[in-house]
Design a protein around this ligand. Structure first.
Ligand SMILES: Nc1ncnc2c1ncn2[C@@H]1O[C@H](COP(=O)(O)OP(=O)(O)O)[C@@H](O)[C@H]1O
Ligand code: SF4
Ligand SMILES: [Mg+2]
Length: 337
């Protein structure tokens, strides 16, 4: 398959300034949420992003969508250029240009309830987006029919159109959030922990809805989750994040069968087994995650890595393509020692 690039991230960095503790503090400190992110996202793929809480997944999704301004780097977007030769650098756009682009680049969050206006019906929530992006100028039969069609695609019954968000369960509210985004006919969606707040029994319904919509609507996803089993199920490729860096990136099957980064290996070993009979002791990743304000020098994982050597404590490993399409940032990649 000839893969077309939709996004190219080049040296993307996102730092949040920390409030100074006192007037005597001279040095400005930063939370280094994203460091030197270099990835391509292909049209039509689901790129999973996994890592422990606080490693910078949501920040990367939001920076990509220009909800946060990048501190450094380029975010090249090829979506509006069929030739693939003249991408737009989203970090260089004006507020107005970004506003226009917003329709194409959507975000689905963990808790859609906080973003659903409690005083608006489902129909109003969906049609408001359509009007604010000038997809339909007025509310008439055509826009009403379109809204019902989108609701149907998202598994929402027509009579829900006059109901309010509080009348729905968590899974149905997530469907409303998805319908509101999909109604705009976006090209790309960042799904940030979209099923993490839902019961396990509901999670697969929402994941399957997202997969169906992706096929029907030709979507590309950045799918963020701390849950490896969800990531394994939905993703074509997976990026593993640790303390603001992507440390491994490859096809889902390869990552789960042959992880090459020690952090990925540790994450996979930490997946709880449901093997109750065996009462196998669940291994957990040992050691605390260092602070992203004052991260370790060298490889950021060295404080917790069982394979660390002197070089790891001094030199930051570069991200290398060790096998075709398999990128790893480690001095001693697994399977290559
Ligand atoms: N708006 C913000 N202001 C300041 N710090 C932030 C902000 N958002 C995230 N952070 C910090 O950036 C780091 C990464 O956070 P986040 O991207 O939310 O991680 P994840 O989604 O992987 O849990 C954390 O240390 C978090 O506290
Ligand atoms: S570079 Fe060293 S410390 Fe870092 S993951 Fe590889 S072996 Fe471990
Ligand atoms: Mg998050």
């Amino acid at each position: 398959m000839d893969k077309k690039i939709l996004f190219s991230l080049r040296g993307v960095k996102k730092y949040f300034p920390l409030k100074k503790e006192s007037v005597f503090q001279k040095e400005q400190l930063f939370v280094r949420a994203n460091e030197d992110i270099n990835i391509d996202i292909y049209q039509g793929e689901t790129l999973g992003l996994v890592g422990e809480s606080g490693c910078g997944k949501s920040t990367l999704g939001r920076t990509l969508l220009q909800l946060y301004p990048a501190t450094e780097g380029e975010i090249l977007y090829y979506g509006d250029d069929p030739t693939g030769e003249n991408p737009v650098d989203l970090t260089k756009l004006s507020k107005e240009q970004i506003r226009k682009m917003r329709k194409d680049l959507q975000l689905i969050f963990q808790d859609p309830y906080s973003s659903l206006n409690p005083r608006m019906t489902v129909g109003q929530i969906i049609s408001e987006g359509l009007r604010s992006h000038n997809i339909f100028e007025k509310h008439d039969e055509v826009s009403q029919a379109y809204t019902l069609d989108v609701m149907n695609k998202c598994g929402l019954a027509p009579y829900f159109v006059h109901r309010y968000p509080h009348q729905f369960s968590g899974g149905q509210r997530q469907r409303i959030g998805i319908a509101r985004s999909v109604a705009l006919k976006p090209k790309f969606i960042v799904a940030d922990e979209p099923v993490s707040a839902l019961d396990v029994s509901i999670q697969s319904q929402i994941i399957n809805l997202l997969l169906d919509l992706k096929e029907q609507e030709n979507l590309t996803y950045l799918f963020i989750s701390h849950d490896l089993s969800v990531i394994k199920y939905i993703s074509d490729r997976v990026g593993v994040m640790y303390l603001g860096h992507i440390v491994e990136l490859t096809d889902t099957a390869k990552l789960f069968a042959h992880p090459m980064h020690p952090y990925t290996e540790a994450l996979l070993e930490a997946i709880p087994t449901i093997d109750v009979e065996n009462k196998k002791k669940i291994k957990i990743l040992e050691g605390d995650i260092p602070s992203p304000v004052n991260p370790p020098v060298g490889c950021k994982f060295h404080t917790r890595c069982v394979y660390a050597t002197d070089i790891c404590r001094e030199v930051m490993p570069a991200m290398l393509e060790l096998e075709p399409g398999h990128f790893v940032a480690c001095h001693h990649p697994l399977g290559m020692r």
